[in-house]
Design a protein around this ligand. Structure first.
Ligand SMILES: Nc1ncnc2c1ncn2[C@@H]1O[C@H](COP(=O)(O)OP(=O)(O)OP(=O)(O)O)[C@@H](O)[C@H]1O
Ligand SMILES: [Mg+2]
Length: 457
């Protein structure tokens, strides 16, 4: 038996920081109750399924499992285990230097309290209301630092974002930290007009002349050329009519970086309600255990029949899903799982966010597969057949499950094939992507195009 543990959830959705509610864990459950004042605001809450209007004065209770220790929208704030995740390592090091060690089972809870605020999205978790007020009370630091040999903007500055009392963290890293490929992603601000070699802390209310970005450092050993690939596929998605954030490619200390403007902040730097499809669907279905646990057909069905609007315009939402899926195939992206699709609340509408992470991971042989995007029973042995469902059949089945006619499917395929006509020649121009990866990706894409042309008009 152990005592219930408490944390608090705050948000800046109302522009000014406001408490959303109390979060508890017991040994078995994760629980959350909205503050009555928050319920009166009419603002969105933790997530789409856990909407204030539905939950009201009740307490959300979800059993903790090995897959979801916490409610899915809360779980999304914790840097995942099992990867060499910079942020996670940092916080773990910090925790390991604390006088009192958290029991192993509580490590994620401790990480949540230290690092569950100031990140992507609209939710901020703190240890207590006092900590929340203290954190929000920090003055906005608008300063941009020139990127220099020492990374200019020091990691120290960055760490103070999490905790102004970050001395412990800083001592671990040392006074002049090197980037060294150990930092895959940072949240930063840059000049509003675009990358000019200066970076600063993420914005707070009242910041001027700056915009928030996700800055990705290329892990050049594991994924050489990945930033160029991401940039190219962002362009292609923009050409296909999708909303795509602004982005900039640059170098810091010789390391290629890609800065992508954040869509989870509005032009006044106020957080926007965002939630990944994974979090939405897992909130509603306890059988979902991974970001690829649901087929595209099931996602389409959920959009269609869910009693809660996953997207306000269901027809448009299903079409979006199908187009993203086909474009992922055509660009060689096998990584369009449910965490790479998110929803946002904007202008009174619930809709898919702008595109992020469209990188054609199949360019790297260990990712050359489609297993994290199951669709139309592709590759499965289903009743009445003695061979697994093939690619074209899978696409047809997925389209049919979305209630799209063969004519509509064919027309969409033709449109996207035409749009990506010059894709392979653009891959050939990526000078940072090794020749072999270029050749592989081009051959994967060419094969797919020739298969898909059978389905297009
Ligand atoms: N431009 C953006 N604006 C807001 N949020 C973003 C943006 N780009 C990415 N994100 C968020 O950050 C998360 C990680 O980004 P992304 O998917 O691009 O990187 P990744 O390499 O897949 O990293 P990870 O393995 O952490 O998912 C995304 O799941 C999304 O929630
Ligand atoms: Mg991703």
């Amino acid at each position: 038996m152990s005592r219930d543990r408490r944390a608090v959830v705050w948000t800046r959705l109302a522009t000014q920081p406001m408490k959303m509610g109390d979060l508890y864990i017991t040994d078995h459950d994760c629980r959350f109750s909205y503050d009555l004042d928050y319920l009166h605001t009419g603002l969105p809450g933790l997530g789409l399924i856990y909407a204030p209007g539905i939950v009201q004065e009740n307490t959300i209770v979800r059993p903790r499992s090995e897959f979801f220790e916490f409610l899915p929208p809360i779980q999304a704030l914790i840097p995942p285990q099992g990867e060499k995740n910079f942020q996670r390592q940092l916080i773990l090091n910090y925790l390991s230097k604390q006088a009192v060690q958290p029991p192993l089972a509580d490590v994620d809870w401790e990480i949540l309290k230290v690092a569950g605020h100031g990140g992507i999205g609209h939710l901020d978790v703190f240890e207590s209301d006092d900590r929340a007020l203290e954190w929000y009370g920090q003055p906005a630091k608008n300063e941009l630092f020139e990127v220099s040999d020492e990374l200019g903007f020091s990691l120290k500055e960055f760490l103070t974002w999490f905790d102004h009392d970050a001395e412990g963290l800083i001592n671990i890293i040392g006074p002049t930290p090197s980037v060294g490929g150990a930092i895959p992603k940072l949240l930063l601000s840059i000049a509003e007009t675009g990358w000019d070699n200066r970076i600063g802390l993420p914005t707070r209310l009242g910041a001027r002349g700056v915009t928030d970005v996700v800055l990705k450092f290329e892990q050049s050993t594991a994924y050489p050329g990945i930033n160029q690939l991401e940039a190219l596929t962002l362009d292609i998605h923009r050409e296909a009519g999708f909303e795509v954030p602004r982005y900039w490619q640059a170098e810091i200390n010789g390391i290629p970086v890609l800065a992508v403007e954040r869509f989870d902040r509005d032009k006044y730097h106020v957080p926007v309600f965002t939630e990944s499809l994974y979090s939405v669907l897992a909130s509603g279905d306890a059988d979902i255990t991974h970001n690829y646990s649901y087929s595209y057909d099931a996602i389409g069905r959920a959009i269609d029949v869910s009693p809660i609007d996953i997207v306000s315009d269901r027809q448009a939402g299903k079409l979006y899903l199908f187009k993203r899926f086909i474009l992922a195939l055509l660009t060689g992206n096998g990584d369009l799982h449910m965490e790479n699709l998110s929803l946002m609340w904007r202008d009174g509408q619930q809709l898919f966010t702008p595109v992020y992470d469209p990188t054609p991971m199949r360019a790297y042989s260990i990712h050359n597969m489609l297993t994290v995007m199951p669709f139309g029973n592709y590759g499965e042995l289903i009743a009445g057949r003695d061979v697994p469902v093939g690619l074209l059949d899978g696409i047809k089945r997925f389209a049919a499950s979305l209630k799209m006619s063969p004519a509509q499917t064919g027309a969409l395929l033709s449109e996207l094939m035409a749009l990506t006509e010059n894709y392979t020649s653009r891959i050939a121009l990526l000078d940072r992507l090794p020749q072999q990866n270029r050749d592989n990706l081009i051959s994967i894409v060419e094969k797919l195009r020739s298969r898909l042309s059978e389905l297009s008009d």
